[in-house]
Design a protein around this ligand. Structure first.
Ligand code: ATP
Ligand code: ZN
Ligand code: MG
Length: 501
């Protein structure tokens, strides 16, 4: 792993002043001396910190050359100098106009090979002799905004990612049901198409006919009866067009781009502005995509991806009374959308899918208990009602995976359990739902507090209806006679409709 202690920084900054300081050499010398002894070492262990190694006056410009370790980073040292300098210069009625950064390099140690890449504000990057050297192009205000520090964090993440890159994401078997003899061994999507239960609509999108819809509703009925009602979950309706502010807080803004569906509003509502598009279509019967591209604004966000993040906007900035806890709610008010990687994925991997999202919040104990109750209820459903061959596995927490991270959560108890079902036709497994304990990530990200100021955690569980269907049909087929009795009763008679010639 990366040892941050070996980071080193070198910055050359130019203080632009409101007048000449040629006569003030001695005073500046004193400021530098004092800073090197005290100010640039403050907060650092003995022998560590930053050091002004050179300085120079040229009329109304003071140039300082600072080297440091990670304890007082050179760019922070540069900012620390503003105050004592201003005090000294002020006596001569000279002020600081600003600081220009002439040169800024950072060395980050790394073991093993490292692939260079492009980062904003980094002019160039070289990897040599176990060190990555970065040359930064930043301004004083970028330093104030902590951009150099975030660049370092990012590099550290990339180093870590390149180290575990190639390795599989975290995966550990927790529990497995008995093997079950399948009633069906075909590809369920193909069978659904053959029987006209579904029809392909567009990329990763299907139209669900009355029969499969009835099965989905039976799944929902089971979820209501076995989980939502007895465990006290309240229904909410969450937005499905999700704005950037949500994804900035949830962490999705770090990595969602290749998989999200973007939402762009028109640049104006004025029909006249759009008239040429309308006319073009009327004349050609073609949609003038390039013309439209010109007339729509930048994306305001994207279609629902993970379902629970917008819920947190309901609680954002609030302090919640302790006796409100645990809070429990669910959403099933709309579709989720992901631009999945290509290929045929049937109803198992969709660009538009239906999911019931279950969310609970409370103290760590309450959240862990909430997850355990769900696990028990799910086990009852999959064993006693749907009779599935399934297993539970511990995987990289979804909130980390969706930020582009791998590995495990640092916090004990925090993490994601995937539920996987066996697909006889593939001789492989499919994640059909999950249960996640997200720790304090969301309360922190959305600034929600607990009255008692105690630890505040949350969890969520995404129940994918199509995935339940894919798992169930893959093992049991489409013939209700082959379905477990309990489930058949809940489904009732399948409608016999829509015969095509
Ligand atoms: P996968 O590894 O299969 O892509 P994921 O890890 O991306 O799944 P999550 O982000 O954990 O899935 O989403 C939670 C649940 O949402 C899944 O367990 C599944 O039921 C459902 N889901 C996610 N992506 C899809 C999809 N493309 N099509 C259908 N259901 C999906
Ligand atoms: Zn969630
Ligand atoms: Mg996925």
């Amino acid at each position: 792993m990366q040892k941050e202690s070996e980071l080193s920084f070198h910055i050359i900054g130019r203080f632009k002043l409101s007048g000449s300081i040629t006569e003030m050499k001695e005073e500046i010398g004193l400021v530098v001396k004092k800073a090197n002894m005290e100010l640039l070492k403050r907060g650092a262990p003995k022998g560590c910190g930053a050091e002004i190694v050179k300085w120079d006056i040229d009329d109304d410009v003071l140039t300082v050359d600072i080297k440091s370790d990670r304890h007082v980073r050179a760019h922070d040292a540069l900012l620390r100098l503003r105050k004592p300098l201003a005090n000294a210069l002020g006596k001569h009625r000279v002020g600081i106009r600003g600081i220009e950064i002439e040169k800024f390099t950072i060395q980050v140690p790394t073991e093993g090979p490292f692939k260079e890449f492009k980062i904003p504000f980094v002019k160039h990057m070289h990897h040599k002799d176990g060190k990555i050297s970065l040359a930064l192009e930043v301004t004083e205000s970028h330093i104030e905004d902590k951009i150099p520090d975030r660049i370092i964090t990012l590099i550290m993440e990339k180093i870590a990612a390149q180290h575990y890159g190639g390795k599989d994401e975290h995966w550990k078997l927790l529990w497995s049901s008995k093997e079950k003899a399948p009633k069906f061994t075909g590809d369920p999507t193909q069978e659904l198409i053959n029987r006209k239960w579904i029809r392909h609509f567009a990329r990763g999108q299907w139209i669900y006919g009355p029969q499969i819809t009835k099965v989905f509703r039976a799944f929902e009925h089971i979820i209501e009866r076995e989980i939502l009602n007895p465990l006290g979950y309240q229904e909410m309706i969450l937005p499905k067009a999700v704005t950037w502010d949500v994804w900035k807080r949830s962490g999705h803004a770090k990595a969602i781009y290749p998989e999200m569906y973007y939402i762009c509003p028109p640049k104006t509502r004025d029909p006249e502005y759009w008239e040429e598009v309308m006319d073009y279509y009327k004349i050609t019967n073609d949609i003038p995509l390039d013309m439209i591209r010109e007339k729509i604004g930048a994306p305001i966000g994207g279609l629902c991806y993970a379902q629970c993040p917008p819920a947190w906007m309901f609680f954002k900035g609030e302090t919640i009374a302790d006796d409100e806890f645990p809070i429990r709610f669910f959403d099933r008010s709309g579709t989720s959308h992901r631009y999945e990687s290509g290929g045929i994925h049937g109803i198992e991997r969709l660009d538009e899918f239906h999911r019931i999202e279950v969310v609970w919040m409370g103290s760590p104990e309450q959240v862990i208990e909430g997850a355990n109750k769900l696990h028990d209820a799910y086990a009852h459903i999959f064993n006693d009602m749907l009779d599935l061959q399934w297993r539970r596995v511990e995987v990289t927490p979804w909130f980390m995976a969706q930020e582009g991270l791998a590995g495990k959560a640092e916090n004990e108890g925090v993490g994601t359990t995937d539920y996987e079902a066996y697909l006889p036709y593939k001789k492989g497994w499919l994640e059909f739902q999950n249960v996640s304990i997200n720790g304090d990530k969301y309360p922190k990200g959305f600034n929600v507090k607990l009255q008692s100021k105690g630890e505040f955690w949350s969890g969520c569980s995404g129940i994918g209806l199509e995935r339940w269907g894919a798992a169930f049909f893959a093992q049991k087929g489409l013939d209700p006679d082959d379905w477990p009795n309990k489930f058949r009763k809940i489904v009732g008679e399948l409608p016999d409709v829509f015969k095509f010639l």
